[in-house]
Design a protein around this ligand. Sequence first.
Ligand SMILES: N[C@@H](CCC(=O)N[C@@H](CS)C(=O)NCC(=O)O)C(=O)O
Length: 227
Amino acid sequence: MAVNTADAGPGRLVLFGSFTSSSSYKPMLYLALAGLPFSFRTVNLKNGVQRTPEYLAVNRYGQVPALRHGGLTLVQSNVILDYLARATGHFAGATEGERWTAREWLSWESDQITNVAKVRHYSRFRAVDPAVMAYFRPLAEAALGFVDSVLADGRDWLAGGPGPTTADIGCWGRMVFMAEGGIAITTFPHLARWAERLRALPGFALPYDLIPKRDTEFAGRGVAPAL
Ligand SMILES: N[C@@H](CCC(=O)N[C@@H](CS)C(=O)NCC(=O)O)C(=O)O
């Protein structure tokens, strides 16, 4: 099954992703929370579509997600989140300080919360030597513990402002599959309450409810993008 790389029309946001992918969930969740219209193009990772010449022309790294918009192609989920925040005006942060703090969290996320994704991957998709798990699991738990400790100061959102930012979407989007790695969210009570705040936002959905297995046009909620 090939990937559809056809142009979706001027100004249309086109997201390439896969339903099992936390990296794909991050921009999907952003678009769902922002209520924006977009075209979803599925990339079947199981069939190796990410390594076909057609898709490598979209994402040279052979990974999902990728975003096409206005003649640009963006890859790397956190870069896509930052682009969407700038291009559409949602979840960017209310102040210059908050905007930089959100980017700082996204950078840290790709350093540390990525360990949660590794533990989930080795639990669900690829069996590894127990020594590999014994290395990554404490790193994953430490990353989640760090987020929990930051939220313990009473802030509602990671960047410290009055509303959620790309920091919350990016960090949650990567850690969402922690249960598939055998890590219980209840171990981290402040983080669990923050996740409840995210779940209460209009448009929120969990990955398997949000990311389709086939190409889909999302109508959005009639929110005009500030493009
Ligand atoms: N740092 C990248 C990671 C992307 C990534 O690892 N994507 C995985 C799915 S979650 C993928 O496409 N894997 C396909 C493969 O490695 O063959 C990002 O945040 O976008």
